[in-house]
Design a protein around this ligand. Structure first.
Ligand code: CAA
Length: 380
């Protein structure tokens, strides 16, 4: 087994690292405070080939493996996980097309993400009364000739207010639970689509999260991904594929927490010595480093399994759950290392802690990850 990155992977990592350090990190606190969407950064990331990473070469995409994407995402998240979320939300939004789309759909819709105009795509799954319980979603799709008419509300949609395209999950019959769900792809400016309230969040404030209303939205059947009733599995396969990237995002946050803590501990003095000399602080740094490495290994293993075409539900959930819990612990300890300073906005670690909290919630809460893991174990 060889854990060495190839020269190409190191170069890719370097590009993302430079972008995170030069473009993202210097403005991260500003965007965090204002809650504005970082349009310029998003466009620059796209121009550099650092977004929509999973579109294959045959559709004019960057064509990165998931393992390579994870290397990029981790670096971006070091700069700001809110911006990294906005950037990688495109891959979440487009994955249902890769999973369920036919050739014509792939060419048409992925082409809109690789052309000369910068477009974004949002994944519209969650609803006010159906977050963890996807099969309970209520957005109704009623057949009308060759079209479907969509009515209902989505919420917690990353990039919902800024994306030009949506992948949307709706049900033909609310009582048939997962068997009634269909997936669609559509432009976000169809008549009847109205992005609503933008959430005023605790962290990751540079990412746009909003409600979207669908009021008699007419969608042609040619924009349905897969067959009727296949939407639930398309959503699950999408999440299996994207959860390793959440692991990578969490590793980026934890690496930043560790880097900031090591630097601060060597500089800050107490009892006449740098606090890095005290075991009480050393043990926190050691735990951060050790657990981060474990999260990184799980993340890379799950990404590698998906690249190899192996079913990886359990390992994706391992990576997502372990790494995001690990980032929460690492950022909490980073605030502890900084003491009172860590609790102020003058230092970067309180932002890391706020950001880490969201990682335990989105793309399936960590309770849902444990449920997926347990179900897989009991099936084996
Ligand atoms: N791949 C393929 N098929 C799958 C599957 C998978 N990973 N998981 C389940 N299925 C299949 C099952 O085999 C079953 O198939 P049959 O009908 O043929 O038997 C069917 O789907 C139903 O499966 P379950 O009975 O397991 O379904 P469930 O209703 O009990 O729910 C769940 C399962 C794991 C709880 C699921 O609802 C889930 O993952 N919930 C979390 C949702 C989530 O992660 N939301 C995040 C939103 S996106 C986001 O947050 C992103 C962001 O903003 C950045």
């Amino acid at each position: 087994m060889d854990f060495t990155l190839t020269d190409e992977q190191v170069a890719l990592q370097d590009t993302a690292r430079r972008f995170a350090r030069d473009e993202i990190a210097p403005v991260a606190a500003e965007y965090d405070q204002s809650g504005e969407f970082p349009h310029e950064i998003m466009k620059k990331a796209w121009e550099l080939g650092l977004s929509s990473l999973s579109i294959p070469h045959e559709y004019d995409g960057v064509g990165l493996s998931l393992l390579d994407s994870c290397l990029v995402v981790e670096e971006l998240a070091w700069g700001c996980s809110g911006m990294a979320t906005s950037i990688m939300a495109n891959d979440l939004g487009l994955t249902p097309i890769l999973v369920g789309g036919d050739e014509v759909q792939k060419k048409e819709w992925l082409g809109q993400l690789t052309g000369s105009i910068f477009n974004q795509i949002a994944f519209c799954l969650s609803e006010p009364a159906a977050g963890s319980d996807v099969a309970g979603l209520q957005l109704l799709a009623e057949k009308d000739g060759d079209d479907y008419i969509l009515n209902g509300t989505k919420c917690w949609i990353t990039n919902g207010g800024v994306a030009e395209l949506y992948t949307v999950f709706a049900t033909l019959d609310r009582s048939s639970r997962h068997k009634g769900i269909c997936a669609f792809v559509m432009p976000s400016d169809l008549p009847g689509i109205a992005p609503g309230k933008k959430e005023d969040k605790m962290g990751q404030r540079a990412s746009d999260t909003c409600v979207i209303h669908f009021d008699n939205v007419r969608v042609p059947a040619s924009q349905r991904l897969g067959e009727e009733g296949e939407g639930f599995k398309i959503a699950m396969q999408t999440l299996d594929t994207t959860r390793p990237s959440i692991g990578a995002l969490a590793c980026g946050i934890a690496q930043r927490a560790l880097d900031e803590s090591v630097a601060y501990a060597q500089e800050r003095k107490a009892f006449g010595f740098p606090i890095a000399g005290f075991q009480a602080v050393q043990f926190m740094l050691a735990d951060m480093a050790k657990n981060l490495e474990a999260g990184r290994l799980l993340t890379r293993q799950s990404a590698w399994m998906i690249d190899e075409g192996l079913r990886a539900s359990k390992f994706s959930s391992f990576a997502k759950c372990f790494s995001t819990d690990m980032a929460m612990d690492a950022t909490t300890d980073a605030v502890q290392v900084f003491g009172g300073n860590g609790y102020t906005k003058e230092y970067p670690v309180e932002k890391l802690m706020r950001h880490a909290k969201l990682m335990q919630i989105y793309e399936g809460t960590n309770q849902i990850q444990r449920l997926v893991i347990a179900r897989e174990l009991l099936k084996e």
